[in-house]
Design a protein around this ligand. Structure first.
Ligand code: ASP
Ligand code: MG
Length: 418
């Protein structure tokens, strides 16, 4: 059994869906297809969710645009305009409109998940019907009923024990056929509320299904040839990496490489299931294989850029040491507020850390720290990480930048820069 995952970029239009069909039809093995929302649908839904609080008319317009986008894809895929899919999707959009107007959701995040999850419902229903119509008989599965999570909306924690049981009985290859299609990124609580696993979480779903069902491999289909040694958005010269160890990819994801969702690797590593990243434009290409490899065999430094960093430095007001007691208080605050620290540096009388500037947590953090410390901070910084660095690579990427902190270990060099 194998798991294929298609991200939004690979299915942003009707030709993407046709391409998906070409790729899956050559699979003879049992297969689960995990799908994200079409193109940039999730971003559009995030906007719709925000607008639902203060501008319902504009919100309605945005929903209409999103409907038209999906309609155009269906229109191109289905010649028979009486095909039930047109009605099915119209109905789902009505449900979306209802959720938008619903005032009963407990919190902002709870409502977010109920709305954002529609993207994957739309895409999987359309693709499933299209594949059925073209002779690729498959079962559509509502993963919210099998992938059980807690109620941490927007970053839900999967209940492994319960999910394993449910997923094994839902994806029953011995009785229900051999091809399944389901949603990435979303799950459900025991009480039937929808949750999400964090943006770009479809990779994680694919890995979880592979883990529970002992898949032979997972293939993530992308719009690049595989994993590159730098993000082509920021760097002009990039090359594909052919083989990476699980450990290597975790390091890359941790420091901000947007290659694979960071939670994806652990379940695969636990069962030694290989992960392939391949190009949906070139399905015969080798892509990148991620597996247990002892050594880094590539001859390339890997460069990762993490933007929107804040660097905070703390100094005790009375020149005392920043001792363990103080540190544990600081860390507790950071973890309570889910602030993700990327780099730490300390001396006898100072402690600095660099973290992602998300959800406007900086101001409150600074105020809190000012009670006990003298605080200095800089924002709008970047964290540059170079794995398997060379002097030449460092020179190249730090040239002309102001370096605030520099750290080197045997394989990795970090620079906090402006
Ligand atoms: N559609 C979701 C997102 O864009 C999940 C995913 O693509 O993996 O974040
Ligand atoms: Mg997506």
């Amino acid at each position: 059994m194998i798991v294929y995952k298609f991200g939004g970029a690979s299915i942003k239009d009707a030709s993407g869906v046709k391409n998906l069909f070409r790729i899956v039809k050559s699979v003879s093995d049992k297969l689960i297809i995990v799908v994200s929302a079409f193109g940039k649908t999730t971003n559009a839904l995030e906007e719709i969710h925000k607008l639902s609080y203060d501008n319902l008319p504009l919100c309605k317009d945005k929903i209409k645009n999103l409907f038209l986008y999906h309609y155009r894809i269906m229109d191109e895929l289905f010649d028979d305009k009486k095909h039930p899919i047109f009605y099915i999707i119209k109905l789902e959009f009505d449900h979306l409109q209802e959720s938008v107007e619903n005032k009963e959701y407990g919190t902002f995040d709870e409502k977010y998940d109920q709305i954002i999850s529609f993207g994957e419902i739309f895409s999987t229903k359309i693709i499933s019907e299209y594949l059925n119509k073209t002779g690729f008989a498959n079962q559509w599965i509502d993963i919210r009923k099998s992938l059980v999570t807690d109620a941490t909306f927007r970053d839900a924690e999967v209940d492994f024990t319960l999910s394993e049981k449910k997923i094994k009985s839902t994806f029953d290859f011995n009785h229900n056929g051999i091809y399944y299609i389901t949603q990435g990124f979303i799950g459900g609580t025991k009480n039937g509320l929808t949750t999400t696993l964090g943006r770009e979480g479809s990779d994680y779903t694919a890995a979880l299904l592979a883990y529970f069902l002992d898949a032979a491999e997972v293939v993530v289909w992308k719009d690049v040839e595989g994993i590159l040694n730098a993000d082509p958005q920021y760097f002009t010269e990039t090359s594909k990496l052919n083989k990476l160890s699980y450990q290597e990819i975790v390091e890359l994801a941790y420091f901000g490489a947007k290659v694979i969702h960071p939670k994806t690797i652990k379940p695969l590593h636990n069962k030694n299931i290989p992960l392939k990243v391949k190009s949906f434009m070139n399905p015969k290409g080798d892509g990148t294989v991620i597996q247990c490899f002892e050594e880094y065999e590539e001859d390339l430094p890997v460069i990762i850029l993490k933007k929107q960093q804040v660097l905070v430095s703390l100094f005790p007001k009375d020149l005392s040491f920043v001792i363990e007691d103080e540190l544990s208080k600081i860390f507790k605050y950071l973890s309570d507020h889910r602030i993700k620290v990327n780099l730490i540096q300390n001396s006898a009388i100072s402690f600095s850390f660099c973290f992602d500037n998300t959800n406007n947590k900086v101001k409150k953090l600074i105020e809190h720290l000012k009670e006990d410390f003298k605080v200095l901070y800089n924002d709008n910084l970047e964290l540059l990480t170079i794995r398997h660095y060379s002097a030449q690579a460092i020179e190249k990427v730090t040239k002309g930048r102001k370096v605030f902190i520099e750290q080197r270990s045997r394989h990795t060099a970090h620079f906090v820069v402006k």
